[in-house]
Design a protein. Sequence first.
Length: 443
Amino acid sequence: MHRVNTAPMKKIFFTFIAVCVALAAHAIDEEPGSEDPTGGSTVSESPTGKVIYTTTFSDWSSQSVPSGEQTVISDTMTFTLSGVKVVPSEMPSQITSGEMSIGYIQPYSSATMSQAYIQTSFLSYVSYISYTHASTLSQSGWGVASSQNGVDWKTLSETRCQQNSASTKGLPLAPENRSHIMLRWYPLTSDGTSTNTYLTDITIYGEELPTVALAGTMNGWDYTTQTFTPSDDNQTASLTIALAADTYEFKIVEDGNWLGKTGGDGEYYTLHRDWPTAYELENSDGAGNILLTADAAGEYTFIWTYSTKNLQVVFPGQTPSTDQSYYLIGNTEQLGAWSLENALPMESGAITLNLPAGTYSFKVLPQNDGWDGALGYNNLNSGCSSENITTDVDGNLVVTFSEAGELHVSVADGLLCVTGTFSYTSEFVNFTVDVTPEGSGYV
């Protein structure tokens, strides 16, 4: 039975205040919609990391994207434009204060504010961003948001410019929001339709991608000879090598960290042609080599995903798999009753279930013939999931429906997004909360 400790009610009040203060420390450093009183620079802390991209848009080509989306590749960065136009050879007119350079982006005349934005592709690691924006109107400018799944966006800043002024904004990203993110800048106007707001430069700080290499019996365990090449979007890296038909042992070496994986009871994972699409590797010392059974001579491609540390091996004649199969399994008959053969397939990595009232515990599997790589509470993406989710001693996800409702579970980049009409339950909560009046004893 769950035990509740005694404590004065006032303790709750002070705890609540402390939580609010802690949350405020991670919030953006201005109220959304506030105006920069200086009309100039508003920089929060000093930039951290290296500059991974910077532009004044003067190096971009002139173009208009009145509707839909258009991809722009600038150096090593890929952007998506919608409802905006790029003006690379001019400065915004009527801006009388603040520092600007030649080149800007502004909303297209026929686009609504919800349709206008400039968005990056997924970035491996971003620590700090800065940008300059300007407007000929008051309470206008450009906001910026981030997303770790491309669907749910978190506002980073909506500070607006003073009229006819340019303002530079600098923002450090909270540690939990730095890895595998997209950035989106969007116009803010007082009337919701004006095009007289300008984005004149952006700079993104982060860290360089780690060096990934292959070390094994195929190269004498020399990880300096066969390194991976990053993809254009910096999300994966790959290496293609010719191998004779044989059995090989290897590990992945990422920035000097040797990564491998073993199965149950110390057995090695052996990679065959029908091996699952990808598997997350872990730090290992000495043990944990991966066995590759090359059943035919030819070219073998190793694909590494930076954010999840997943490895995929593509055998000769195969193509890289982009659709990983997933299965949901849980404690009731509706969820398969923990039977692998009854695990529920998740089409395109997602599933929606209509469930009766009750408490459900579940996980997601990358296959339906074993428990390796199971995704549970530690793989929950809090940015896109409902709040009323708890866990148990086995790391399962636990939700309770007070009445019949809907459960939606999806997988993206090795993380789970769980939403639904379930309510809060304390049955599986693994901490105590002081809520009872002093002197009432334990319940």
